[in-house]
Design a protein around this ligand. Structure first.
Ligand code: ADP
Ligand code: MG
Length: 355
């Protein structure tokens, strides 16, 4: 007869594990929305409409016109590590979708009440399902949790309500709804400008006016004008080059010396993902300091395509800051190129005043 063990260490309950993991992936409304937008983009949508209440804490809703989801997939879609995008580890090296970890919807459903309404091209009707903690949930006690047929157009609508209703500490740690809304506008802005050819809109629930709107027929400059206004759009220099020796391509728009703003606007994409790169930002600030009045900054929209072998693809949802191979060389090279573009733009200007 073995003596009974007196353990201090116990295995956590499954829902507790999932909720902790979810809190690491989804830290605030803006990154829940980023995950949802990336899913819409992965589904081939050309129209993405976002509606927000209380900075996304009360309601975060995204409607797309993408592929939709098969009814038969709706039972497991919010479970952890369920994905249609990655089948084996080696697929990671050729992946061209944003998602592949199958964690986003699961995480959101562990910290919010999720509703999915979706219709595929060949389905005769749409289906609607509710989720809590990764699983289908009946809309009311006594009802079946199975997805219900309903009317709807091709595409998917996902609603996340009462974000962090079950994680009081996280809810308290968040900023005011208006601050959270600003962060939402920031991510939508980035994607709306970069993905020209796709229409984006973002508004507060109950409002008749959109805070962000881009049309599917507009180009990058149109999008920049729509969102940032005429002034910036008049002072843009187009960047486009291939650097074979460093295995990357660059494109985008940067403002010339006629434009400046207190806070730098820096929209950076690496292989179409919105990312941050502090050393690059610093280098660009340094470059512009000889063109702009002290304490002022440019607008930069820069899209880099780097050989996927040189960038870490195993990006964690919260990992915004990227590293890539030959980073210092590439940053130096980007700044040299920008310097050339700026110098040429200034030389071709008859009236150039630095106020
Ligand atoms: P991942 O994007 O890493 O695959 P997610 O949890 O974000 O994981 O999504 C799980 C799956 O749900 C996706 O692989 C996709 O098949 C499906 N899905 C999610 N959102 C959409 C959408 N808006 N349109 C179509 N399918 C979707
Ligand atoms: Mg995803």
């Amino acid at each position: 007869n073995k003596p009974k063990k007196k353990r201090n260490i116990l295995k956590l309950d499954e829902t507790v594990i999932n909720r902790i993991a979810a809190g690491e992936v989804i830290q605030r409304p803006a990154n829940a929305l980023k995950e949802l937008m990336e899913n819409s983009l992965d589904a081939g949508s050309t129209n993405i409409q976002i509606t927000v209440k209380d900075g996304g804490l009360k309601l975060l809703q995204i409607q797309d016109n993408g592929s939709g989801i098969n009814k038969d997939d709706l039972d497991i879609i919010c479970e952890r590590f369920t994905t249609s995008k990655l089948k084996e580890f080696n697929d990671l090296y050729s992946i061209n979708t944003f998602g592949f970890r199958g964690e986003a919807l699961a995480s959101i459903s562990h910290v919010a009440r999720v509703t999915i309404t979706t219709k595929t091209e060949d389905a005769t009707c749409a289906y609607k399902a509710y989720y809590i903690d990764g699983k289908l949930k009946a809309p009311r006690p006594g009802m079946s949790p199975e997805p219900r047929p309903c009317a709807g157009n091709k595409g998917t609508q996902i609603t996340a309500e009462d974000l962090f209703y079950n994680v009081a500490t996280r809810r308290k740690a968040l900023k005011s709804p208006s601050e959270e809304y600003n962060r939402i506008l920031d991510v939508v802005t980035r994607y709306a400008i970069h993905f020209s050819g796709i229409s984006f809109s973002c508004k507060k629930q109950g409002s008749n006016t959109t805070d962000i709107y881009t049309s599917s027929s507009s180009n990058h400059v149109d999008n920049i004008r729509q969102i940032y206004g005429l002034q910036i759009s008049r002072e843009l220099i187009k960047i486009e080059y291939t650097a074979d020796n460093y295995d990357y391509k660059a494109s985008g728009y940067i403002t010339n010396a006629n434009y400046n703003t207190k806070k730098m606007i820096f929209l950076l994409f690496i292989n179409h993902r919105a990312v941050e790169c502090s050393p690059l930002k610093k280098a660009i600030i340094n470059l512009y300091s000889s063109y702009l009045p002290k304490g002022t900054h440019p607008f930069i929209y820069l899209s880099l395509e780097i050989n996927p072998n040189n960038v870490d693809v195993n990006v964690h949802p919260t990992k915004r800051e990227v590293n890539f191979l030959n980073e210092e060389f590439i940053i130096d090279h980007i700044c040299e190129q920008m310097q050339n573009y700026l110098a040429n733009a200034n030389a071709s200007r008859t009236f150039f005043t630095q106020s």
